[in-house]
Design a protein around this ligand. Structure first.
Ligand code: SME
Length: 186
């Protein structure tokens, strides 16, 4: 905070074409193209997320804003983090409906991403044995592991859609770039 103004405003938005959607929330801004091409949107979001976290050291504040950005840009049903605490994954910053608080490492899609250390895409959650249904509106899901500097799984990024088969390699790659930003600041 400087002179009563929030420092986290993102200058890069001024370099985007006029066709972009531009949301203003207080002094915070998010800009992305009005396109259904998710690759383009991820490409635009990543530098904005980098700028945002560069201006803030509080992890929860950054994770919270990242969930808001992803949800706003793509309209996903639920976006959130579960972080490793003891022998469980514990709910952290999220955007969406009420969610289960704790997930054992061997349970659900989140547990699968934790134990395999790989991104898991579930086209139809009803066909995933052991899927944890926090909401019946969730139809497909992608979960990415987040690694700390020692290589341990720090937590996972979980994104749910209310559409079947809504996630592809484009999302895996785009969200991996977001996770890599988090990995640099933890
Ligand atoms: N579906 C997840 C649980 C978390 S909620 O989707 C928010 C899972 O199976 O691990």
């Amino acid at each position: 905070m400087k002179n009563g103004k929030c420092k986290a405003g993102i200058q890069r938005i001024f370099h985007f074409p006029l066709s972009v959607l531009h949301f203003k929330l207080m002094a915070e801004s998010l800009a992305f193209s009005k396109t259904s091409d998710r690759k383009v949107i991820y490409h635009e979001l990543v530098p904005q997320i980098e700028s945002l976290v560069a201006g803030e050291t509080d992890l929860v504040a950054n994770l919270a804003n990242i969930t808001a950005i992803i949800k706003e840009a793509f309209g996903f049903f639920w976006v959130g983090f579960y972080l490793t605490k003891g022998n469980q994954l514990v709910l952290n910053a999220f955007q969406g409906t009420l969610a289960c608080t704790r997930i054992d490492f061997d349970k659900g899609v989140c547990g699968r991403a934790y134990t395999t250390r790989e991104t898991v895409i579930v086209p139809n959650v009803e066909e995933f044995p052991g899927h944890i249904a926090c909401s019946f509106d969730s139809k497909s899901e992608i979960v990415l592991p987040i690694f700390d500097k020692t290589g341990e799984v720090f937590g996972v990024l979980d994104v749910d859609s209310d559409k079947l088969d809504d996630f592809s390699q484009t999302d895996a790659e785009g969200l991996r770039k977001v996770v890599e930003i988090i990995e640099r600041i933890i």
